[in-house]
Design a binder for this molecule. Structure first.
Ligand code: GDP
Ligand code: MG
Length: 176
């Protein structure tokens, strides 16, 4: 098994669209323990020969806005705990939202690579709109369009460079 990458963010930013673009096959739907609120899709992907697992978080969320926000926080905490790198996806069409700011606050404390990824940048004009996401305090960002695929290569190049060599670490442990 390779490194694990999680895609987090509020609903409708395009996480699942991007996930579906990345995976070659959908492996399983697991962790549906607490019913509809916590399903997570796992898939496998590779980029330039580097294989990694990818988690799409936050399939369905039911309940009040309050539960809703708590659920997203939970998804982010889980992603932080179990993945080697995090793709934090936001949406250039809506711009920065309060929920984005909440997620950013959690991720600013994380000691793992976080890739702020601005989705729905379908054309050059939207590239200019993306600058407002600097306000999230996560530094540089990647812009892409999950629908037409533009920009995905730049993100994946940067991502695989930051992924730890999980295979080697696991082999070392077994040998002990
Ligand atoms: P999720 O809730 O974050 O998983 O978001 P989805 O992947 O379900 O997408 C939410 C909506 O955004 C859908 O209608 C998608 O077709 C749309 N969407 C996703 N990626 C893009 C994109 O790159 N450009 C545009 N224009 N729409 C997108
Ligand atoms: Mg989704």
């Amino acid at each position: 098994m390779g490194a694990i990458v999680a895609i987090v963010g509020r609903p409708n930013v395009g996480k699942s669209t991007f996930f579906n673009r990345l995976i070659q096959r959908r492996e399983a739907i697991v962790d549906a323990v607490s019913g509809v609120t916590r399903d997570r899709h796992y898939g496998k992907s590779d980029w330039n020969g580097r294989e990694f697992s990818i988690i799409d978080t936050g399939g369905y969320v039911v309940g009040s806005d309050d539960i809703f926000e708590k659920e997203i926080d939970k998804q982010v905490e889980l992603a932080i705990a179990e993945s080697d790198a995090i793709i934090f996806m936001v949406d250039v069409e809506t711009g920065v939202t309060g929920m984005d700011e909440d997620v950013a606050k959690l991720l600013r404390r994380v000691n793992k690579p976080v890739f702020l990824t601005i989705n729905k940048v379908d054309n050059a004009m939207r590239e200019e709109d993306a600058v407002e996401f600097y306000s999230l305090g996560l530094g540089e960002y990647y812009t892409l369009s999950s629908i037409n695929g533009s920009g995905t290569g730049e993100l994946l190049d940067a991502l695989v460079k930051e992924l730890p060599e999980v295979e080697r670490r696991m082999m070392t442990n077994t040998a002990k």
